[in-house]
Design a protein. Structure first.
Length: 200
């Protein structure tokens, strides 16, 4: 309303107004203002960060990926882990929509973004298992476990199912042997007992 304001002050006012719109839940106006501010000026990084969190809250994952990539280039620092998380959210949506091929493609995108992503490997393992590609499922589950040993409880049962379907008891026993050496958990011991008991 005051075109005579100095550009720096006007930009500050517009940024504060965008923040108020976000707080008030008027997202379309907030987005329009933030997109303008993200295009130029002194508040580019702050506008992109707010835009990213706004998209995240609205579960608009592709827009969040785009805003985060722009933020990466402005700040010169990697945000690949965050972007991989957004890809994983898209995987969950595709899986819920019964689109396994799309979900698999998105999971591979998440993994390409962050090779150390445990969540991406767990999702990939589940998708391969559902698709009856048990060999690839095992690889994905084991990668997740290699990346973070705390996920032993999450992967031990899916691995048992996959090895059992492949009739590869020895590989499963080898896996349990490795797990016993690398973990203080009682799970590998219990799983071995269950396997031996089931065979008498």
């Amino acid at each position: 309303a005051r075109p005579g304001l100095k550009p720096a002050l006007l930009e500050q006012v517009r940024f504060e107004l965008a923040q108020d719109y976000v707080k008030a839940g008027v997202m379309d106006r907030a987005e329009a203002l933030l997109q303008e501010l993200a295009a130029q000026g002194t508040h580019v990084a702050a506008a992109l960060e707010l835009l990213r969190t706004t998209y995240e809250q609205g579960r608009e994952w592709r827009q969040a990926i785009d805003a985060t990539r722009r933020l990466e280039s402005v700040k010169g620092e990697s945000r690949r882990k965050i972007i991989a998380h957004y890809w994983c959210e898209l995987v969950e949506e595709a899986r819920a929509a019964q689109q396994p091929a799309e979900a698999l493609k998105l999971a591979l995108s998440a993994l390409a973004e962050d090779k150390s992503g445990v969540r991406a490997n767990l999702l990939l393992g589940g998708l391969y298992e559902t698709a009856k590609n048990f060999t690839e499922a095992i690889k994905a589950y084991r990668r997740a476990l290699d990346q973070d040993g705390r996920f032993l409880a999450t992967v031990i049962e899916p691995l048992r199912r996959c090895y059992e379907t492949l009739a590869d008891k020895q590989s499963y026993l080898d896996f349990l042997m490795d797990a016993k050496q690398q973990s203080s958990s009682s799970l590998p011991w219990l799983s071995e007992v269950q396997l031996l008991r089931s065979e008498g």
